[in-house]
Design a protein around this ligand. Structure first.
Ligand code: HEM
Length: 187
Protein backbone atom coordinates (compact mmCIF):
# COMPACT_ATOMS: atom_id res chain seq x y z
CA UNK A 1 0.00 0.00 0.00
CA UNK A 2 1.33 3.44 -0.96
CA UNK A 3 0.78 5.09 2.41
CA UNK A 4 2.81 2.35 4.06
CA UNK A 5 5.66 2.46 1.56
CA UNK A 6 5.86 6.26 1.39
CA UNK A 7 5.78 6.68 5.17
CA UNK A 8 8.40 3.96 5.59
CA UNK A 9 10.62 5.54 2.94
CA UNK A 10 10.37 8.96 4.59
CA UNK A 11 11.07 7.46 8.02
CA UNK A 12 14.24 5.87 6.61
CA UNK A 13 15.21 9.24 5.14
CA UNK A 14 14.58 11.20 8.35
CA UNK A 15 16.33 8.58 10.49
CA UNK A 16 19.34 8.73 8.22
CA UNK A 17 19.44 12.53 8.52
CA UNK A 18 18.91 12.55 12.31
CA UNK A 19 21.37 10.14 13.95
CA UNK A 20 20.22 11.02 17.49
CA UNK A 21 16.68 9.94 16.62
CA UNK A 22 17.97 6.74 15.01
CA UNK A 23 20.03 6.01 18.12
CA UNK A 24 16.98 6.45 20.38
CA UNK A 25 14.84 4.31 18.09
CA UNK A 26 17.43 1.55 17.91
CA UNK A 27 17.69 1.60 21.70
CA UNK A 28 13.95 0.95 21.95
CA UNK A 29 14.10 -1.98 19.53
CA UNK A 30 17.28 -3.54 20.90
CA UNK A 31 15.65 -3.54 24.35
CA UNK A 32 12.77 -5.56 22.89
CA UNK A 33 15.22 -8.04 21.32
CA UNK A 34 17.05 -8.50 24.63
CA UNK A 35 14.18 -10.60 25.97
CA UNK A 36 13.96 -12.77 22.85
CA UNK A 37 15.88 -15.41 20.99
CA UNK A 38 17.20 -14.24 17.63
CA UNK A 39 14.39 -15.78 15.56
CA UNK A 40 11.50 -14.92 17.92
CA UNK A 41 8.95 -12.65 16.20
CA UNK A 42 7.59 -9.50 17.79
CA UNK A 43 4.08 -9.66 19.26
CA UNK A 44 1.27 -7.28 20.12
CA UNK A 45 2.76 -6.37 23.51
CA UNK A 46 6.04 -5.46 21.81
CA UNK A 47 4.15 -3.25 19.35
CA UNK A 48 2.31 -1.55 22.19
CA UNK A 49 5.58 -0.86 23.98
CA UNK A 50 7.08 1.01 20.99
CA UNK A 51 6.37 4.51 22.26
CA UNK A 52 9.26 6.23 20.57
CA UNK A 53 8.65 4.35 17.31
CA UNK A 54 5.06 5.59 17.29
CA UNK A 55 6.37 9.11 17.85
CA UNK A 56 8.77 8.71 14.91
CA UNK A 57 5.90 7.55 12.67
CA UNK A 58 3.69 10.49 13.67
CA UNK A 59 6.50 12.98 13.22
CA UNK A 60 7.33 11.49 9.82
CA UNK A 61 3.67 11.71 8.78
CA UNK A 62 3.44 15.29 10.02
CA UNK A 63 6.55 16.58 8.31
CA UNK A 64 6.09 14.59 5.11
CA UNK A 65 2.35 15.07 4.86
CA UNK A 66 1.09 12.33 2.59
CA UNK A 67 -2.66 12.89 2.82
CA UNK A 68 -3.30 16.55 2.01
CA UNK A 69 -6.93 16.60 3.06
CA UNK A 70 -10.17 14.71 3.54
CA UNK A 71 -13.35 14.51 1.46
CA UNK A 72 -16.80 15.22 2.82
CA UNK A 73 -20.33 15.84 1.53
CA UNK A 74 -22.74 18.21 3.24
CA UNK A 75 -25.91 16.51 4.43
CA UNK A 76 -27.64 19.87 5.00
CA UNK A 77 -27.00 23.50 4.11
CA UNK A 78 -24.47 24.99 6.47
CA UNK A 79 -22.74 28.28 7.13
CA UNK A 80 -19.06 28.52 7.86
CA UNK A 81 -17.36 31.85 8.60
CA UNK A 82 -20.09 33.69 6.65
CA UNK A 83 -19.94 31.32 3.64
CA UNK A 84 -23.01 29.23 2.88
CA UNK A 85 -22.31 25.68 1.68
CA UNK A 86 -25.42 24.17 0.04
CA UNK A 87 -26.70 20.72 0.90
CA UNK A 88 -25.14 17.91 -1.14
CA UNK A 89 -21.91 19.73 -2.04
CA UNK A 90 -18.73 17.72 -2.07
CA UNK A 91 -15.99 19.41 -0.07
CA UNK A 92 -12.28 18.83 -0.01
CA UNK A 93 -11.08 19.88 3.45
CA UNK A 94 -7.47 20.85 2.95
CA UNK A 95 -5.69 19.94 6.17
CA UNK A 96 -2.07 19.84 5.07
CA UNK A 97 -0.89 23.22 6.40
CA UNK A 98 -2.16 22.46 9.90
CA UNK A 99 0.85 20.16 10.21
CA UNK A 100 3.21 23.12 9.76
CA UNK A 101 1.42 25.60 12.01
CA UNK A 102 4.04 27.03 14.41
CA UNK A 103 1.40 27.71 17.06
CA UNK A 104 0.46 24.04 17.15
CA UNK A 105 3.92 22.60 16.49
CA UNK A 106 6.79 24.80 17.71
CA UNK A 107 9.67 24.81 15.18
CA UNK A 108 7.36 23.05 12.73
CA UNK A 109 10.03 22.28 10.15
CA UNK A 110 12.32 20.42 12.51
CA UNK A 111 12.06 16.66 12.79
CA UNK A 112 11.37 16.20 16.46
CA UNK A 113 9.61 12.93 17.40
CA UNK A 114 9.91 13.80 21.10
CA UNK A 115 7.02 16.24 20.69
CA UNK A 116 4.69 13.21 20.24
CA UNK A 117 5.61 11.68 23.59
CA UNK A 118 2.94 13.97 24.94
CA UNK A 119 0.16 11.56 23.92
CA UNK A 120 -2.51 14.26 24.00
CA UNK A 121 -1.10 15.66 20.74
CA UNK A 122 -2.43 12.63 18.84
CA UNK A 123 -5.99 13.27 19.90
CA UNK A 124 -6.16 17.04 19.34
CA UNK A 125 -9.08 17.97 17.13
CA UNK A 126 -6.74 19.69 14.65
CA UNK A 127 -4.87 16.45 14.04
CA UNK A 128 -5.82 15.04 10.62
CA UNK A 129 -2.96 12.70 9.77
CA UNK A 130 -5.47 9.85 9.80
CA UNK A 131 -8.51 12.04 9.11
CA UNK A 132 -11.12 12.75 11.75
CA UNK A 133 -14.58 12.14 13.08
CA UNK A 134 -16.65 9.10 12.13
CA UNK A 135 -14.75 8.60 8.87
CA UNK A 136 -11.33 8.53 10.51
CA UNK A 137 -9.02 5.93 8.97
CA UNK A 138 -10.06 2.49 10.27
CA UNK A 139 -6.63 1.14 9.32
CA UNK A 140 -4.75 3.60 11.54
CA UNK A 141 -3.44 1.14 14.13
CA UNK A 142 -2.79 -1.52 11.49
CA UNK A 143 -0.79 0.98 9.42
CA UNK A 144 1.23 2.03 12.48
CA UNK A 145 1.83 -1.63 13.39
CA UNK A 146 3.05 -2.42 9.86
CA UNK A 147 5.50 0.47 9.80
CA UNK A 148 6.64 -0.31 13.38
CA UNK A 149 7.33 -3.93 12.40
CA UNK A 150 9.31 -2.85 9.36
CA UNK A 151 11.35 -0.40 11.46
CA UNK A 152 11.93 -3.03 14.13
CA UNK A 153 13.65 -5.47 11.78
CA UNK A 154 15.30 -2.76 9.72
CA UNK A 155 17.08 -0.99 12.59
CA UNK A 156 17.95 -4.11 14.60
CA UNK A 157 19.38 -6.11 11.70
CA UNK A 158 20.72 -3.58 9.25
CA UNK A 159 22.70 -0.39 8.77
CA UNK A 160 22.34 1.71 5.67
CA UNK A 161 23.83 4.62 3.81
CA UNK A 162 22.45 6.76 1.06
CA UNK A 163 23.90 6.34 -2.40
CA UNK A 164 22.24 9.12 -4.38
CA UNK A 165 18.96 9.50 -6.26
CA UNK A 166 17.54 11.08 -3.16
CA UNK A 167 15.86 14.21 -4.51
CA UNK A 168 12.56 14.11 -2.66
CA UNK A 169 9.37 15.95 -3.50
CA UNK A 170 7.08 17.05 -0.71
CA UNK A 171 4.41 18.75 -2.80
CA UNK A 172 1.87 18.24 -4.31
CA UNK A 173 2.58 14.77 -2.98
CA UNK A 174 5.44 13.13 -1.19
CA UNK A 175 7.53 11.04 -3.56
CA UNK A 176 11.06 10.24 -4.61
CA UNK A 177 10.93 10.63 -8.41
CA UNK A 178 14.24 8.78 -8.85
CA UNK A 179 13.82 6.56 -5.81
CA UNK A 180 15.63 6.84 -2.50
CA UNK A 181 18.73 4.76 -3.09
CA UNK A 182 20.36 3.20 -0.06
CA UNK A 183 23.06 0.59 0.43
CA UNK A 184 22.06 -1.84 3.14
CA UNK A 185 24.43 -4.03 5.13
CA UNK A 186 23.68 -6.41 7.97
CA UNK A 187 24.76 -5.44 11.50
C1 HEM B 1 0.24 5.25 7.30
C2 HEM B 1 -0.90 4.65 7.01
C3 HEM B 1 -2.24 5.32 6.75
C4 HEM B 1 -2.59 6.66 6.68
C5 HEM B 1 -1.68 7.88 6.88
C6 HEM B 1 -4.00 6.72 6.39
C7 HEM B 1 -4.74 7.89 6.25
C8 HEM B 1 -6.09 7.94 5.97
C9 HEM B 1 -6.88 9.16 5.87
C10 HEM B 1 -6.36 10.57 6.07
C11 HEM B 1 -8.15 8.80 5.58
C12 HEM B 1 -9.35 9.76 5.40
C13 HEM B 1 -10.11 9.84 6.70
C14 HEM B 1 -11.20 10.86 6.73
O1 HEM B 1 -11.88 11.10 5.71
O2 HEM B 1 -11.43 11.47 7.82
C15 HEM B 1 -8.19 7.35 5.49
C16 HEM B 1 -9.33 6.62 5.22
C17 HEM B 1 -9.36 5.25 5.13
N1 HEM B 1 -8.33 4.38 5.36
FE1 HEM B 1 -6.43 4.90 5.88
N2 HEM B 1 -4.48 5.44 6.26
C18 HEM B 1 -3.44 4.56 6.48
C19 HEM B 1 -3.50 3.17 6.47
C20 HEM B 1 -4.63 2.43 6.21
C21 HEM B 1 -4.69 0.98 6.24
C22 HEM B 1 -3.51 0.07 6.58
C23 HEM B 1 -5.98 0.64 5.91
C24 HEM B 1 -6.64 -0.71 5.79
C25 HEM B 1 -6.02 -1.85 5.83
C26 HEM B 1 -6.72 1.88 5.68
C27 HEM B 1 -8.04 1.93 5.33
C28 HEM B 1 -8.77 3.10 5.18
C29 HEM B 1 -10.20 3.14 4.80
C30 HEM B 1 -11.10 1.93 4.49
C31 HEM B 1 -10.57 4.49 4.77
C32 HEM B 1 -11.96 5.08 4.44
C33 HEM B 1 -12.74 5.30 5.75
C34 HEM B 1 -14.11 5.93 5.52
O3 HEM B 1 -14.30 6.69 4.57
O4 HEM B 1 -15.00 5.68 6.35
N3 HEM B 1 -5.87 2.93 5.89
N4 HEM B 1 -6.92 6.85 5.74
Amino acid sequence: MKLFSTTSMMAVKYLHDHPRVLQELRKEHLAIRENKRPKDPIDLNDLKSMRFTRAVIFETSRLATIVNGVLRKTTKEMELNGFVIPKGWRIYVYTREINYDPFLHPEPLSFNPWRWLDKSLESQNYMFIFGGGTRQCPGKELGIAEISSFLHYFVTRYRWEEVGGDSLMKFPRVEAPNGLHIRVSSC
